[in-house]
Write a protein that binds this ligand. Sequence first.
Ligand SMILES: *Cc1c(COP(=O)(O)O)cnc(C)c1O
Length: 411
Amino acid sequence: MLHGGSVPHLTPEATLAPVLSALESVLGSARPAALHQPHFAGREWAYVKDCLDTGWVSSVGAYVTRLESALQDYTGIAQAVAVVNGTAALHVCCLLAGVTAGDEVLLPTLTFVATANAVSYCGAIPHLVDVSPVTLGVDAAKLSAYLAEIAELRGDTCYNRRSGRPLRALIVMHAFGHPAELDALAEVCKRYRIALIEDAAEALGSLYHGRHVGHWGLLSAVSFNGNKIVTTGGGGAVLTNDAALAQRARHLTTTAKQAHPWAFIHDQVAYNYRLPNLNAALGCAQLEQLPDFVSRKRELAQRYRQAFSHVELGRILMEPQDTRSNYWLNLLQLHPAYDLLRDTLLEACQARGILVRPAWELMHRLPMYRDCPRMDMTTAEHVERQLICLPSSVDAGSVDADSIDRASPHA
Ligand SMILES: *Cc1c(COP(=O)(O)O)cnc(C)c1O
């Protein structure tokens, strides 16, 4: 039992022991070297070999188109444009949402730095917002109240009354695979004429109200980095239901070269962001396994949840209501009374060879984003101290894991 929020009179070792045994009951003797390792159990070798055998390794080739079609089929989003990584996908999303130099773009302070960097690449300024304690994504009610205070519509453009700059877009991020409150956020964006972009880098396979994330944004980004649920080595994609935007995304990511049998005519400053065929081949094989990966990761989340159900120190963060998370990374959320033990726990896990990590440093604490405009960050600041990312690979714990019955320290 917790007494008045103070840490009970146990040594840190005794307090942490149930956490360590819960972790070991799920992971068995496996000691993965990363929080999320790639899992190659399908046709990866065959497809990559095919690229080498045919010589189609670079930025033109059948696997790129095939990967895009597979993404469209899986997500139900009309258009996918494969690019070199998730950060590039976000950059393109911002450019096509009309973000230009001197604009402000709203985004959560609890995110991977790429979300903010993509905005900076456009010469725009990240405007940082707080997150919901339930979804860990942007808090729609808090955002709405904040905009009522600082935002002003002039014609079809929303301005930050304090800085005088346009508030051009909101990037929501589906943290650790858990969908943000998309309906409410889309409504706020509509009311203020702010473009909605989804950073779904971590959320391939996650559903909100039965539909794949990425449907709510004007444009959305996914990542196929080596640590994501499926990987192309490095890679990503822009998703959109707008065919004209997809066409512009293709143009912008292929140096804006006009189709021509021999001439090099480029009609704007653009990017070499197209995903190589070699990477796309790997991605095609990975996407074939995505439904299986999602169900295995959801099973792992259940095993963590059960193993920690008797642990007083914290709980496993479960998916928000009416969503299906891909559980990209499982999170242990420490009870507020124990958040001072986070670093001791990280060290204790490290000592046992169990790789765990804190969440990202909040954006408003990084040197280059410290002076960005922002709202009150109470929730993010609390939650960040409580989060510990747990090993979450598709095959985590499936090798030689002990029975979950041994999870309970009381057993
Ligand atoms: C991984 C990730 C990205 C960037 O993807 P890369 O493919 O590594 O460039 C962007 N946003 C979030 C939230 C991510 O987790």
